[in-house]
Design a protein around this ligand. Structure first.
Ligand SMILES: [Zn+2]
Length: 302
């Protein structure tokens, strides 16, 4: 198949999922058929679909559909695509992990994966510059956005609950507590209505000053304290908003959460609910074995 436009000529596509959008109407900026992936990848000029990150794939990709010329195409996946003047596009985990290994002037943009049978339909719509209607599965987005926002808020509660176990000075979170999460996190997975994380508490963490032995002994009390902090915040009706440098996928975005008089913030490219009005309570669970601590938070829905 001949594609009339090379990927380095794509005008920088924009994304609207950070604002919470679940619908978009857009022309196709570019598309390709990938034999390797047995699928077509579509880039919309303006996309409401959240792609999974290949470096830190904590939040799963959005699900949904594309409506093109009267046909409804199921979205099989949404991934990041590397676009650079000198190389063919790379998708998802084919993209070099380390930033310094990326080709010059490369950009990361969102690509929507659909069945290879739609190649001709896509070419027709691309050539005619037809409008494509993107529809994200709203229910799935909501459960993940709740889980992602809950995970961020809970991480501040965990940092506060673990603060007394640090014997040395380490970098602080934006609330002034030792940033346990940043020091030790090795896993994070957003799940429906919650988040499941892993923390490496090996030799280097002990050397950095964390009293792992006491923390492991007191784990139940730490868990209770984190739950008490988080659920006290829930009563204060946290409100969430974000700031972004620009409308492209690879612009940096900051998640903010206002809790009473406090403002929590961190860099995040995921999706979030604007408040927890639909949440009755949060439940944090901790466990520890073999130098690895696991953490989960789950929102109980009203
Ligand atoms: Zn995040």
């Amino acid at each position: 198949m001949v594609i009339a436009i090379h990927h380095n000529q794509i005008e920088t596509p924009t994304v609207t999922f950070p604002e919470g959008n679940t619908q978009c109407e857009s022309q196709i900026a570019w598309f390709t058929t990938s034999e390797k992936h047995g699928a077509c990848f579509v880039v919309l000029k303006e996309s409401c679909f959240h792609p999974r990150d290949f470096r830190w794939p904590d939040q799963p990709a959005d699900k949904g559909t594309l409506q093109i010329n009267g046909k409804t195409l199921e979205v099989l996946d949404v991934v990041k695509m590397l676009s650079a003047p000198t190389v063919e596009p790379l998708f998802d985990t084919d993209i070099p992990f380390t930033k310094r290994d990326l080709p010059e002037n490369s950009r990361l943009i969102g690509a929507i994966k659909v069945d290879i049978q739609y190649a001709a339909l896509l070419e027709e719509a691309f050539t005619a510059q037809s409008s494509v209607l993107g529809q994200v599965d709203k229910d799935y987005r909501l459960v993940l956005s709740t889980g992602h926002a809950a995970g961020h808020l809970a991480s501040y509660a965990l940092n506060e609950a673990i603060a007394p176990y640090w014997r040395k000075t380490v970098p602080l979170d934006t609330r002034g507590n030792p940033d346990f999460i940043r020091q030790t996190q090795d896993k994070s997975q957003v799940v429906p209505y919650g988040c499941e994380d892993g923390f490496r508490l090996g030799k280097s963490t002990r050397k950095a000053g964390l009293n792992v032995a006491d923390l492991a002994t007191d784990l139940e009390a730490v868990e209770a304290k984190a739950n008490a902090i988080l659920n006290k915040w829930l009563e204060l009706k946290p409100s969430i908003y974000f700031e972004k440098d620009g409308p492209a996928l690879d612009e940096s975005r900051v998640w903010h959460c206002k809790v009473g008089d406090e403002n929590f913030s961190m860099f995040c490219g995921g999706t979030h609910v604007k408040n927890f009005d639909h949440v009755n309570a949060f439940k944090i669970s901790l466990s520890y074995a073999d130098q690895e601590m696991t953490f989960s938070v789950k929102a109980e829905i009203k």
